[in-house]
Design a protein around this ligand. Structure first.
Ligand SMILES: Cc1ncc(COP(=O)(O)O)c(C=O)c1O
Length: 445
């Protein structure tokens, strides 16, 4: 909608700021009001015009209120870390290595940290040399760099249906044409992948890469079955399709050993993305990419132009943590904590959800993907859920085309088990009311 004159444009898809009935008094009114009128509106690059806040961002402020049980966020429970010990470690790091930790470093990242990253990946049978690793600002930056070096406007990228909202945002920023590929309880469906590749080829197009989260998927909570992994790799190899394997949750499985990474079976066709956000601390913002040589060189150049180099302080903090602390024991503690929260979630769902709801049963990670009864729209329902003091992320955030309205992502990593139970009780009651309204007035009430 173009308002004309100097009033600017409300970008397509942008909604009003979410106030949800919060009273604005002179005390609470921010000093600097958000700019509603954009005098530079005609000057942005085309790729910036469609940039809109993700569903999750709009939610964060609301969901952080203490009275709300937030099943929205996706934040790891970092309070479970021994914070005093980590604090002492950081103090000693600065005292003993401050001149390095507070200095610039190379764009590829600290060499000793890259060695330790190879040790971490060995748990998933990835055999990599430190030279193959590029340190990034969380795996989110790796997604941005991959998009930056591969995507021209209109290029096809294949992703799961649904897919991680941050990846969709990164690909959209480079104007990718995102094509979703179906999943089931065993993850990405090989036949659906073949079909998507065939369709792209029939339209005279070739996908630039397949982006996949094989383990404890965000948002779907499912894991790519061991028996499908080779098939997916074979299909991609035959089609000359690069695989981007995004694996933040691989070490957070609740049963048995970590799954074998896709990268373990194909070093030339897979770019592996990892992060310390979920196994140590999201706030240090340290992730990494392991890529075939030529891609790695481009990633380093792209990282250099984006940030010169990453935070030496963060990198040395992670390195020190891996060198001096029982990090694998800590991961086991995290697993137990998240397992308990997963159990609380599944038990509350099966006790309380009304008929017509279905949900996935994750064996690791943070997320349950909830399907609502027919005719119930998770996005439309959200304000009523917030009024009932529970938050989730509507499924629409996880599809490039805005579908997924019948789904909600529930994240159990942050609230304590009793709060999870209470949140699901509130959510069940909101859904029951919606079903009643649907029955009384029809689906579009
Ligand atoms: C699938 C997936 N990829 C990437 C990220 C980004 O993680 P970070 O940038 O903190 O490493 C997340 C975070 O939630 C995620 O779930």
């Amino acid at each position: 909608m173009i308002l004309g004159g100097d009033r600017g444009v409300v970008p397509p898809g942008q909604t009003e700021p979410m106030t949800l009935g919060e009273a604005v008094t002179p005390e609470t009114q921010p000093i600097s009001q958000p700019q509603r009128i954009d005098r530079y509106v005609g000057q942005y690059a085309e790729r910036a015009v469609d940039m809109v806040a993700s569903e999750i961002r709009a939610l964060f402020a609301v969901a952080a209120r203490p009275e709300i049980v937030s099943l929205a966020g996706g934040s790891p429970y970092v309070a479970a870390l021994p914070l005093d010990v980590v604090g002492d470690m950081i103090g000693q790091l600065i005292a003993s290595q401050g001149a390095t930790a507070l200095q610039y470093c190379t764009a590829q990242g600290d060499a000793r940290l890259r060695e330790r990253i190879c040790d971490v990946m060995a748990l998933e049978q990835v055999r990599a040399h430190p030279d193959e690793v590029v340190v990034t600002v969380g795996s989110q930056q790796a997604l941005d760099l991959m998009a930056r070096i591969f995507i021209d406007p209109g290029d096809v990228v294949l992703v799961e249906a649904p897919s991680y909202v941050g990846a969709l945002g990164a690909f959209a920023a480079y104007q990718a044409d995102v094509v979703h590929v179906a999943m089931d309880d065993d993850g990405l469906i090989p036949e659906a992948l073949e079909e998507a590749i065939r369709r792209a080829a029939a339209a005279g197009r070739r996908a630039k890469f397949l982006y996949t989260v094989p383990n404890f998927h965000n948002p779907a909570g499912v894991t790519l079955a061991a028996g499908r992994r080779h098939r997916i790799l074979d299909i991609c190899r035959r089609a000359g399709l690069l695989v981007v394997e995004d694996n933040p949750y691989g070490l957070l499985g609740f049963d048995g050993e970590p799954m074998r990474a896709l990268r373990a079976d194909d070093t030339e066709g897979v770019v592996y993305l990892g992060t310390f956000s979920k196994t140590f601390a999201a706030g240090v913002r340290v992730g990494w990419a392991v890529a075939p040589t030529a891609i790695r060189e481009k990633l380093i150049l792209a990282a250099e132009s984006a940030v010169l180099c990453h935070s030496s302080f963060s990198q040395l903090t992670v390195r020190e943590y891996l060198d001096t602390q029982p990090w694998y024991e800590q991961i086991k503690d995290f697993r137990e904590l998240y397992r308990e929260r997963r159990d609380a979630t599944l038990s509350a769902l099966s006790r309380m959800m009304p008929p017509g709801c279905r949900w996935t049963r994750p064996t690791g990670g943070f997320y349950v993907w909830l399907r609502l009864p027919d005719g119930i729209n998770a996005k439309a329902m959200l304000p009523r859920a917030i009024s009932s003091r529970v938050a989730y992320v509507p499924g629409t955030g996880f599809y490039a085309d805005g579908s997924g309205a019948q789904y909600a992502r529930l994240c159990y990593s942050f609230p304590a088990p009793d709060r999870i139970g209470e949140g699901i009780r509130r959510l069940a009651s909101v859904i029951e009311t919606e079903v009643q309204l649907r029955d009384d007035f029809g689906p579009a009430h």
